[in-house]
Design a protein around this ligand. Structure first.
Ligand code: NAD
Length: 262
């Protein structure tokens, strides 16, 4: 299936590891030009170099904290300058800590909002004007299954990511006339560093080894296993492609069926 992504200018934020990295690699394999960012320069440059050498794609990598509006703006401008266009913007960041409501400080609420909501605002605001120039664009956010099914100790994620869904719906309404589609991808349990961190927190609270937590998650999931980052990346790739040209304002769950609702 031709996804029509060859030669597209693609931004994948927070892409030195995990789902973001898998998405950057998947776009590179399709022949897109990919701009990658993350906070830590060394891991980012290593990831970029590996993808470049394996795919031969043009990769622009720059250390950026996605909570910094000015730095995001410059990063997107530089990608546009280098590629001559910005067609796709995948908004991603690390996840907020697992905590119960009364233990979350005001600073932690602000940090989660900055990291998981305002980062989407910064990225979309910087990328949309470039998409309008060519009357074609894709904004894709990475949130979580918590947007459909809140999880007990993930209060910050449950609350903040719901705002991202509202934002994506609003962007899809406002910019559909410009050929820009906006969708949200909501992963379930996916084998990354983030999941390791969550397993560690839960294992500590329950007094069991982390492996037990992984086993539990797999057992609770209808497909009886966790996702590989690549499986989430493939859904992102498809939403960005010509093959998903009439889909906008939606949340696509990539969760192995763990969301039990209709
Ligand atoms: P990860 O921790 O493996 O990778 C996160 C990436 O984001 C890294 O490259 C990191 O350097 C980068 N990053 C973090 N904060 C940043 C910032 N402020 N600025 C720039 N880069 C930053 O995480 P992941 O598992 O790939 O998760 C990606 C997103 O998906 C997160 O929001 C996570 O909460 C969410 N999610 C993950 C899972 C899962 O099971 N892994 C499930 C549901 C939702």
């Amino acid at each position: 299936m031709d996804l029509g992504l060859k030669g597209r200018g693609v931004i994948v934020a927070a892409s030195s590891e995990g789902i973001g990295r898998a998405a950057a690699e998947a776009f590179a394999r399709e022949g897109a030009q990919v701009a990658m960012c993350a906070r830590t320069e060394q891991t980012l440059l290593e990831a970029a170099e590996q993808i470049r050498s394996e795919t031969g794609a043009e990769i622009y990598a720059h250390a950026v904290d996605v909570t910094d509006a000015g730095a995001v703006q410059k990063f997107v401008e530089q990608a546009a300058k280098q590629f001559g266009r910005v067609d796709v913007c995948v908004a991603n960041a690390g996840g907020p800590p697992a905590k119960n409501f009364l233990s979350i400080t005001t600073d932690e609420w602000r940090k989660a909002l900055d990291q998981n909501f305002m980062s989407v605002v910064h990225l979309a605001k910087a990328a949309i004007p470039y998409m309008q120039r060519h009357r074609w664009g894709r904004i894709i956010t990475i949130t979580s299954v918590t947007v459909k099914q809140p999880l007990a100790d993930l209060i910050l994620s449950n609350a903040v990511r719901a705002a991202v869904v509202g934002l994506i719906k609003s962007i899809s309404n406002e910019f559909g006339k410009d050929g820009i589609l906006a969708n949200n991808v909501a992963p379930g349990f996916t084998t990354t560093e983030r999941l390791k961190e969550l397993a560690g927190t839960r294992a500590l609270a329950a007094g069991v080894p982390a492996e037990k937590i992984y086993e539990q998650w797999a057992a609770e999931t209808p497909v009886k296993r966790l996702a590989e980052p690549k499986e989430v990346a493939d859904a992102i790739l498809w939403l960005a492609s010509e093959r998903a040209s009439y889909i906008t304002g939606q949340t696509v769950l990539v969760d192995g069926g763990i969301y039990r609702g209709l």
